[in-house]
Design a protein around this ligand. Structure first.
Ligand SMILES: Cc1ncc(COP(=O)(O)O)c(C=O)c1O
Length: 385
């Protein structure tokens, strides 16, 4: 039976993620449109994003926060290209984005002393292998597999190397141990439901020390350069961006941060996301055709929740039909306006991926579950007919 009630907001994409509840374009009417980002007003807006991000996330005062070009990718590449090569690198990867950083370490930066700790979709590598004397590159939440780092205990407080953490689908939904993270990056369009194309780059004191005392052997394009004459360009971390940002996106980022403050800050954002994961876990527990892609509950993401189909009808399909089945479900759900963008990532095993970050309402997930059951039943029936 087709369910009667649809989610109020059927947007469950893993990025750009749905806007906060009751978001409206009217909230952006104070944007500094048509003004220079280097005007006092423009710089104040950019500085406000930095200050509010610091306050909501509890980022220590000694950690610098910058707004940089090209989204999370821009921020993370900028960090890798500026900082790495001084020491051996330990890279941990367990899904597409982490693997992308490993490819860059190997093929672009050509780090000679590179150790790779890899795990398949649904697993995480053994983080205890990390050598604190080396630089460590990893992703906090693997968006395409739904597996996250369970905790930061494996990162030594007295490490000699730097930790570079791509935290784009973790930040604002998970607790991050800032003192253990020398570089953290994210983008606005994930947990806060902001607009894309701007990256956030957080640098701890030891990363700044590396920047000022080390020159990588490769050329750095202008949009990656954070030093001038061997000194950190401090302005970048006060809102003097390297190139032109969108002040409309900036206003939207501020709207998201103000909303976060209103609902109770980081604890409330984390609670919303964990409650969403809890709701999905409840449904998975009472539903026999579906299971989490990630076996270990401690490693299950509370933002990008990846699910696999475990019904006998699905197991009996050949590889091509197994790849097609979730796509058919996704099409049925989109045609009904019940859920958008819940297909698994293109490189991940066939399945569904549901964004459960802080902007998603638990009531929308509860309304979604009967639709997922309906779509699975419909596709199962199509296999036998
Ligand atoms: C873990 C991770 N890293 C990097 C990216 C790329 O982010 P962006 O598109 O903001 O550059 C994504 C996007 O989904 C991601 O999930």
């Amino acid at each position: 039976m087709k369910p009667k009630i649809r989610p109020r907001d059927p947007r469950f994409s893993s990025g750009p993620c749905t806007k906060r509840p009751f978001w409206s374009l009217d909230n952006l009417k104070d944007a500094s449109l048509g003004r220079s980002h280097r005007s006092a007003e423009g710089k104040a807006k950019l500085g406000e994003v930095i200050d509010r991000s610091r306050a909501v996330l509890g980022i220590p005062d000694a950690w610098r926060i910058g707004i940089v070009p090209a989204s999370d990718t821009g921020a993370f590449e900028m960090a890798m290209w500026s900082l790495l090569g001084a020491r051996g690198v330990d890279a941990f990867a367990w899904e597409s984005f982490g693997q992308g950083w490993v490819t860059d370490l190997e093929k672009q930066l050509r780090i000679k002393d590179l150790r790779k700790f890899l795990a398949d979709y649904g697993e995480v590598p053994d983080f205890s292998e990390a050598d604190p004397g080396r630089d460590i590159v990893f992703t906090w939440n693997g968006t395409t597999s739904g597996a996250r780092v369970p905790d930061g205990e494996w990162i030594a407080d007295d490490r000699g190397g730097l930790t570079l953490c791509d935290a784009t689908s973790a930040v604002f939904a998970m607790e991050l141990p800032w003192e253990k993270l020398d570089v953290v990056t994210w983008s606005w369009q994930k947990v806060m439901g902001g607009e894309a194309a701007h990256g956030m780059l957080v640098l701890g004191p030891r990363a700044v020390e590396r920047l000022q005392g080390y020159t990588p052997p490769w050329p750095l394009p202008k949009i990656f350069r954070m030093t001038s004459g061997g000194k950190l360009i401090e302005g970048i971390f006060r809102g003097e961006t390297i190139n032109t940002p969108s002040l409309l996106c900036v206003e939207d980022a501020l709207d998201g941060l103000r909303w976060a403050e209103e609902i109770g800050g980081l604890p409330a954002l984390i609670a919303r996301s964990e409650a969403n994961l809890g709701a999905i876990a409840g449904w998975v527990a009472r539903t026999d055709w579906v299971d989490f892609l990630v076996g270990d509950p401690r490693a299950r993401s509370c933002t990008s929740v990846c699910l696999k189909i475990v019904a006998p009808w699905f197991a009996a399909l050949d590889e091509a039909a197994r790849a097609a089945a979730p796509k058919r479900m996704v099409k049925l759900l989109e045609d009904e306006g019940a859920a958008y963008d819940v297909d698994g990532y293109r490189d991940a095993p066939p399945g569904l991926r549901i964004w459960a970050g802080a902007t998603v309402e638990t009531s929308d997930l509860e309304a979604l579950f009967p639709w997922l059951d309906w779509a699975a039943d419909t596709v199962a029936a199509e296999q036998v007919s």
